[in-house]
Ligand binder design. Sequence first.
Ligand SMILES: [Zn+2]
Length: 123
Amino acid sequence: MDEIRKLFARHNQVSEGLFSYNSAGACPKCGGKGVIELNLSFMDNAEVECPLCSGARYDPDVLSYRLKGRNIVEIMDMAIEEAFSFFNDAKISSKLANVQNEAWAIYRWGNRLTLFPAVKASA
Ligand SMILES: [Zn+2]
């Protein structure tokens, strides 16, 4: 969410791109993928968790920046209800409300979006 990145950037007085793993904030080892692909000649390609960022995708330096005591990964991993009270910000709350209305989901706004199968009322 852009609002979150902006808040982080403003609060820490650094570039907004640092708080995006597909931009300047990407882990230098895995390039923001969180995994490293192993090319072993004797077996199929395999992926392992990136040893530098431990799958967090961000440059470890970026994780030293905090907003209200939490780093970007911790915040992006919050449950939505927790985020409401954490930010207590009208603009962010309205975005969160949209998300909550749209998705039948436990939504963790990083990249892990767990969707429940749509439940249809049986007639
Ligand atoms: Zn990495």
